[in-house]
Design a protein around this ligand. Sequence first.
Ligand code: HEM
Length: 416
Amino acid sequence: MSGHSSYNPTNPVAKWLDSRLPIMRFSKEHLMDFPTPKNLNYWWTFGAILAFMLVVQIATGIVLAMSYTPDAALAFDSVENIRRNVNYGRIIQATHAVGASMFFVAVYVHIGRGLYYGSYKEPREVLWILGVLIFVLMMATAFMGYVLPWGQMSFWAATVITNIFSAIPIIGDPLLQLLRGGFAVDNPTLKRFFSLHYLLPFVIAAVVALHIWALHVPGNNNPVGVEVKSSHDTVPFHPYITMKDLLAIVLFLIPFAWFVFFAPDILGHPDNYKPANPLITPAHIVPEWYFLPFYAILRAIDFDMWFISAKLGGVIFFGGSILVLFFVPWLDGSKTRSGTFRPLFKPFYWLFIFNFFLLTYLGAQLAVEPYSTLSKISTAYYFGYFLIILPIVSRIETPNPLPASISESVLGKGGS
Ligand code: HEM
């Protein structure tokens, strides 16, 4: 959806630039005039919050890298030095570490919004796929970032998670060695993780640009899921959405700042405040909270399936739990986009959300009963939701009829 261009440069310099590089015209059309549905609710502000978080992570990361040393003998102390001696180092380091968590809070809300309102449906499939790609890149970036302080949990998480690759037949072992830069997690691993951790956020930024591009072709979905029909249904992005997004960012900053200033370490694991020691394995290795649902799925497969070992099975389910997200636009066949009008879909959706929290909880527990059995049930629901429930429900349910005013236009006839 592209708005009618209202950019008419008057001064000669702007005219000169416009005929050579119409960057001001582009910004006016896409950042200011872009027609946005009037009825977006606050769940639609999380895209802007995510963009803001990406900038925060890149900015704080670049400053941290000025004092961080990617060497197994020095990394831990260099982070301590940042926290204790470098000017404002405590705040910058805490902002980056807490920021990773806040980034994931925002992305889970953003994905949950998309799943509820059917934002992945035609014509926004590519937008969704790019989003899932961003999510995968975010996970890789966060995982490698967590290794950099070279604490006990950094080291052992790196060991456990890279070890996953060894389950892949034939190429698994060479791949593992390539990733680690040797037979075990060591200095070469730290060096390559630092290099990639610095690189990937810029790759994410590039994919975000494509994501926004793919958004600006069909325009936003909206809470009722009916495409906007005329300019009566939209408002210009600036000042309406810019101000709303700004307010949401400020509100989001309140818990963010609270963590940074009052509980900067609460989201981390105490073992990571001990230097890495390859000779002592922590009693209970757990990833950061935002990986727990997927970690629970990985561990849920603790039994061999025919010729597939438990280890490979876990890896397949772990990979599959992300892979399945790419196919959601085709698994959900409902013609009605918004969950608001889908009576059968709604309870299954909320059960999915509950189940996701449950998986998070289970990922943090020891692999003993009753957690092992619960993890299997929870994993079954995760996959069942996408592969069985969505396809069936979307084909058998009778959506609630849309209120007459909505079928006319998003806000009703004659909206201003
Ligand atoms: C760094 C991460 C991301 C950034 C900066 C980002 C940015 C944005 C922005 C600015 C919007 C428009 C405003 C909004 O609808 O909230 C948007 C929309 C959207 N995003 Fe993302 N996004 C990110 C990750 C993701 C992920 C991981 C997914 C899905 C897996 C996703 C799926 C979508 C969809 C489907 C829409 C269209 C929403 C609609 O119009 O209904 N995004 N994104």
